[in-house]
Design a protein around this ligand. Sequence first.
Ligand code: GDP
Length: 321
Amino acid sequence: MPTALITGITGQDGSYLAEHLLGKGYRVVGIVRRSSTTPYERIAHLVDKIELLSADLLDQHSLVDAMAACTPDEVYNLAAQSFVQTSWSQPVLTGEFTGLGVTRALEAVRKAAPRARFYQASSSEMFGKVVESPQSESTSFYPRSPYGVAKVYGHWITVNYRESYDLFAVSGILFNHESPRRGLEFVTRKVTDAVARIKLGLAREVRLGNLDARRDWGFAGDYVDAMWRMLQQDRAEDYVIGTGRTHSVRQLCEAAFGAVDLDYRDFVKQDERFFRPAEVDLLVADPSKANTQLGWRPRVSFEDLIAMMVDADLARHRGAR
Ligand code: GDP
């Protein structure tokens, strides 16, 4: 039975990846950071099937110890300060977790599990002020936020460790991926949660920033399969994962409110607080390398994804009443 170690297992991607790997017969070990509150709701249904180790991306020794304790065959580094907006108010902490944390994870692999295959969660935010569209593995980076800058560091240190130490280390450049488990601060989930509350009479409006921003949005459950596929290849290479289609925040609102027969124009208010100091340009993936080499394709459409999220938020708020 192969062992997979996941940092960030309490997050959206970590919980889907844990399910995916359990389904394939893996022993799944998750790293969790000690805190006074336990953010385990995304993995509550899995806790009997996985093992949890306490470690922190800011603490080198704890990572080496975790790696030595479970001798993983595969390591998925999904932990990060992952919210772009917060990276402007906490740029140094973002650099520590999202940038240097990758070096610490790689050092731990090198010291304690050098034969393990390593996956780094890189991001389309690295393309930022894009130099070409769509973006592929060969597109140059131009990050537009402290988060994007930190992810570029994480990407290159992964490439560097692959080339310096002959580690099987890959960087998956994932475009936005959403689900009912997406954090409420991200725009898709913020909107679908608001739609559910408005529909049930628990809220009257939702305040958003730039409605013309466009993203290439896919379903997180599809994207964790791409991560796993990258580590099953003969050669360690980097891959872009996305749908190749974009929608605006306005279209997101139309789809989400439309799913419950409401008109978004009656409920969406624009608010300066949610505009960003700098925006990325049109981010859209060219996933052709993943299509041909990994045999990977997204399965859930944008419309189905948003309907799935609205349904889940409706069910959650109904249950809480
Ligand atoms: P990101 O791509 O990782 O930054 O994902 P987000 O879901 O946080 O943001 C996606 C886009 O939605 C960005 O271009 C935001 O500027 C835009 N957006 C517009 N209004 C909002 C809002 O109220 N919250 C968030 N998070 N994003 C918003």
